[in-house]
Design a protein around this ligand. Structure first.
Ligand SMILES: Cc1ncc(COP(=O)(O)OP(=O)(O)O)c(N)n1
Ligand SMILES: Cc1ncsc1CCOP(=O)(O)O
Ligand SMILES: [Mg+2]
Length: 218
């Protein structure tokens, strides 16, 4: 239903913990920022309720995710869940994103039975080589490319070399870069062979969403 390479273009990720800097409640802020981002052309959204100050109550998380999903549906933008496979299946999300420290990827492929698109985080070339032929993985999230303030347990940043190395190995999976990405980085990253940019703070903290998303796309 969605074209994966196109979907990765401007891939926005957020949860309430990323939206504490505005006036209203973090939940209202998240939905407000998400709708602004949708209006201005993000191509994918990942609901990632995680880290310091995130919601703890399962019911609240479910209800908020559902509201975010309804917004994404209105704009025909794919809706992903981070980490929580049960939540993604329950909501009939479009996709799930998992990392190297989450459930083993082949187990996830089996569990989701083709019902969800699947993204896997890649932090080094060995991981990419290991996962390159696994059917059912739709894309790799490669990074952190630069230093990030949005994930306290992020791995050391890898720079653009990892993207170049993955493409030099002729790995064909769609790639989205993540970690510390700002508008000014977009051109360089895409020229290294990435299909898109995954972003938290450059969007949640943007003072001009239209300009930010336009610059990330062009
Ligand atoms: C698109 C995308 N790429 C990478 C990540 C990071 O996933 P992970 O390494 O599992 O870390 P957490 O996000 O779960 O803290 C991502 N979420 N999305
Ligand atoms: C979830 C995640 N995984 C690797 S870096 C990162 C955070 C990206 O956030 P930002 O775009 O604010 O650096
Ligand atoms: Mg994870």
């Amino acid at each position: 239903m969605f074209n994966v390479k196109e979907m990765l273009g401007v891939y926005f990720i957020a949860g309430t913990q990323d939206c504490l800097h505005l006036e209203n409640s973090a939940q209202e802020n998240l939905l407000y920022i998400l709708e602004e981002a949708l209006k201005n052309g993000i191509t994918c959204f990942q609901f990632r309720e995680k880290g310091k100050n995130c919601l703890q109550n399962e019911r609240e998380i479910f209800e908020l995710a559902k509201k975010a999903q309804t917004l994404c549906k209105r704009y025909n933008v794919p809706f992903f869940i981070n980490d929580n496979i049960d939540l993604a299946l329950k909501l009939k999300a479009d996709g799930i994103h998992i990392g190297q420290d989450d459930k083993e990827v082949c187990e996830v492929v089996k569990q989701i039975q083709g019902k969800l698109l699947l993204g896997l985080s890649i932090n080094n070339l060995e991981q990419a080589l290991q996962a390159k032929d696994i059917e059912g993985i739709d894309y790799f999230g490669v990074g952190p490319i630069y230093k990030t303030n949005s994930k306290s347990d992020a791995k050391p940043s890898v720079g653009l070399d990892l993207i170049k190395d993955i493409r030099k190995q002729n790995i064909k999976k769609p790639l989205v870069a993540i970690g510390g990405i700002q508008e000014a980085h977009a051109k360089n990253i895409l020229e290294c062979g990435c299909n898109g940019l995954a972003i938290i703070s450059a969007i949640t903290k943007s003072k001009d969403m239209e300009k930010t998303i336009h610059n990330l796309k062009n």
